[in-house]
Design a protein around this ligand. Structure first.
Ligand code: TPP
Length: 608
């Protein structure tokens, strides 16, 4: 067992590659020790990337470990979050996590060294573990660096090769190339194996290279265990004068360093039993106690997130009672004002900004608007990344299409991200566009999204979110709302209204368990008796019937429903109809309302 202590307190001191080799061995050993002590974890996934991380942390990552919120720090994201033993071993190696915490805190209930990293740790930007998230999140961070702050930080993202089968990875590379994010570096640990066996492309680095280049990336291929080659590749990637993001394809061996498991497909996600761990540690040269710190960033000027607002007193739009205004138009108007009031407000949209009216913001503040095209996962991920840098992102698309990004919304909540997701065209009926454009699942999706712990302090966050400042409110992803924390509100943390857009639905009251029964008793229906016996289903039946009755009454009056939102008016015929753009009320199938009512049952809303 060796015991070496190395500290590099100044940016100019860089550990040599011999020290880096020792560090890599330490990272492997500590990954094994921590996962074995926890009885779970992914040691082999950590061991394949240990050389990459040792070189990066010791010689290239510009990070002030004593000031993790410093604006000029590089960002390090483990997109393959299951390699958490490696990340936490890095934290130990730079001296911010103790040996004791690593050995007795990893994967233990209530401890911060969770199975997959979350920003509860001050050196972690975003939660990962659902694969395909870290690189898209990194795009958002890089956007902030290049376009909002003009900070020279780099964003280093460790990805798995099996993870590269995720579509979101390619959405990310595509947008990284479009926005010329040359300071974004994806390091792909191509160890040939995934969870259950070989990956789609194995060690075919050429195939990865062709694809990544086709998406606009600069590609570097290296042996991921050759420290000199890694060092050169990182030095090349760190030169951000070009316009392309960099993808480093590192050919590695899963379980590298312990011959019993190297390149074996049956050791994914398994800690080594104690006696096997002892053999592995012996083969790797024993336990070490290195403390290695790489370069620190040069201090830079204040970032744009702290800039003065263009017009702090800009008045919010006002609408007369009874004035018919589409909620999305009101959104666009309000967003422009919020942009005037707060320089941290940024907007993103998925190629529907002329429908969501985010284009009003794009016209007013083009430098704070990011078009994500039709890539909803990247839309939410970019918003998450921007929130990491302290911005207040408003991401909009049709509410229906947010469901494509459900996992990104879910993971944003795990990250404690401060997002405002704005879905237009919401409601029980969308009109002529039909059910493909109709949102309802978003209700269930948002109800499901909550954080179960304290909200982490965000990097560079100034002042935090304040209630009543016009930016918070119903558009806000409620994951950040303290009222969502378990036990904060009777009935399991329910909020008054979680609609993304002010939509004509109400949530069923939860605080009065007898309300449904009493209501059903006042308005007897087929299910009234059963409701009195305490069966909740008849009440849903009642709501279903009410929805149908209203719709039938509306149609029998011969009124028209406007195509985009249910504004009613007198019948228009012939040319007049063409001019006014209203659709005649058709005799549609009952399917949309039936499905709406059925879905509403699950979402706990009342159909009106
Ligand atoms: C979206 C998603 N799907 C599946 C999983 C389960 N899973 C965890 S690790 C893993 C294999 C990852 O392989 P790779 O990216 O090559 O990383 P390695 O462990 O081989 O380094 C899988 C399928 C997950 N975490 N996220």
């Amino acid at each position: 067992m060796s015991s070496i202590s190395v500290t590099t307190p100044t940016p100019t001191t860089e550990p040599g590659l011999d020290t880096v080799a020792e560090l890599a061995a330490q990272l492997r050993v500590d990954s094994i020790r921590s996962s074995t002590s926890a009885g779970s974890g992914h040691p082999t996934s950590s061991m394949s990337a240990a050389d990459l991380l040792a070189v990066l942390v010791a010689r290239h990552l510009r990070f002030d470990w004593d000031d993790p919120k410093a604006a000029a720090n590089d960002h390090l994201i483990f997109s393959k979050g299951h390699a958490s033993p490696l990340l936490y071993s890095v934290f130990k190696a730079v001296g911010v996590v103790s040996e004791d915490e690593l050995m007795s805190g990893y994967r233990r209930f209530g401890q911060r060294l969770q199975g997959h990293p979350t920003p509860i740790l001050p050196w972690v930007d975003v939660a990962t573990g659902s694969l395909g998230h870290g690189l898209p999140d990194g795009v958002g961070i890089a956007l902030a660096g290049k376009y909002l702050e003009r900070q020279p930080f780099r964003v280093w993202v460790l990805c798995g090769d099996s993870e590269f089968a995720e579509g979101s990875i390619w959405e990310a590379l595509d947008k990284a190339a479009y926005y010329e994010l040359s300071h974004l570096v994806a390091i792909v640990d191509v160890n040939r194996l995934g969870q259950r066996g070989a990956t789609e492309l194995g060690w075919d680095l050429n195939a990865y290279a062709r694809r990544a280049e086709a998406f606009g990336a600069r590609v570097l291929e290296i042996d991921g265990h050759d420290l000199g080659a890694i060092d050169d590749a990182f030095a090349t990637a760190a030169d951000t004068t070009g316009i392309r993001p960099t993808v480093i394809l590192a050919k590695t061996v899963k379980g590298r360093g312990f011959s019993e498991v190297e390149d074996r497909s049956d050791w994914h996600g398994k800690p080594f039993p104690a006696e096997m761990a002892a053999r592995a540690i012996a083969e790797l040269g024993g336990v070490r106690d290195l403390v290695v710190r790489g370069p620190r960033p040069a201090p830079t000027a204040e970032d744009a997130a702290g800039a003065a607002p263009p017009d702090a007193d800009a008045p919010l739009p006002r609408y007369a009672v009874g004035e018919a205004v589409a909620t999305r138009k009101a959104y666009g108007d309000a967003l422009v004002v919020l942009g005037a009031r707060d320089a941290r407000v940024v907007a993103l949209d998925a190629e529907v900004s002329n429908s969501t009216y985010a284009n009003e913001f794009a016209r007013a503040y083009p430098e704070r608007y990011f078009e994500m095209f039709i890539a909803e996962q990247q839309l939410v991920a970019a918003a998450t990344g921007l929130s990491v840098r302290g911005y207040r992102p408003f991401a909009s698309t049709f509410a229906a299409f947010f469901t494509r990004a459900h996992d990104f919304i879910r993971m944003a909540a795990v990250s404690g991200a401060d997002l405002r997701l704005v879905g237009s065209h919401a409601g029980v009926e969308i009109g002529a566009d039909g059910p493909s454009q109709m949102a309802l699942e978003d209700l269930a999706m948002m109800r499901r999204t909550r954080v179960d712990g304290p909200v982490p302090e965000r990097r560079h966050q100034r002042g935090g979110a304040r209630r009543g400042d016009g930016v918070d409110g119903r558009h806000r992803l409620h994951a950040h709302d303290p009222r969502c924390l378990p036990g904060a509100v009777p009935g399991g943390g329910d909020l008054p209204d979680r609609r993304l857009e002010g939509a004509p639905v109400q949530r069923r009251g939860r605080r009065d368990p007898d309300r449904g029964r009493r209501h059903a008793a006042r308005l007897p229906t087929r299910g009234g008796d059963a409701a009195a016996r305490g069966n909740p289903r008849p009440r849903r039946r009642l709501l279903f019937d009410q929805a149908h009755r209203r719709r039938d009454a509306r149609r029998s009056r011969g009124r028209h429903v406007r195509a985009d939102r249910g504004r009613r008016g007198p019948p228009c015929r012939g040319r007049a109809r063409l001019r006014c753009g209203r659709q005649p009320a058709r005799r549609p199938s009952h399917e949309p309302v039936a499905r709406a009512a059925g879905r509403a049952r699950h979402a706990g809303v009342r159909v009106r």
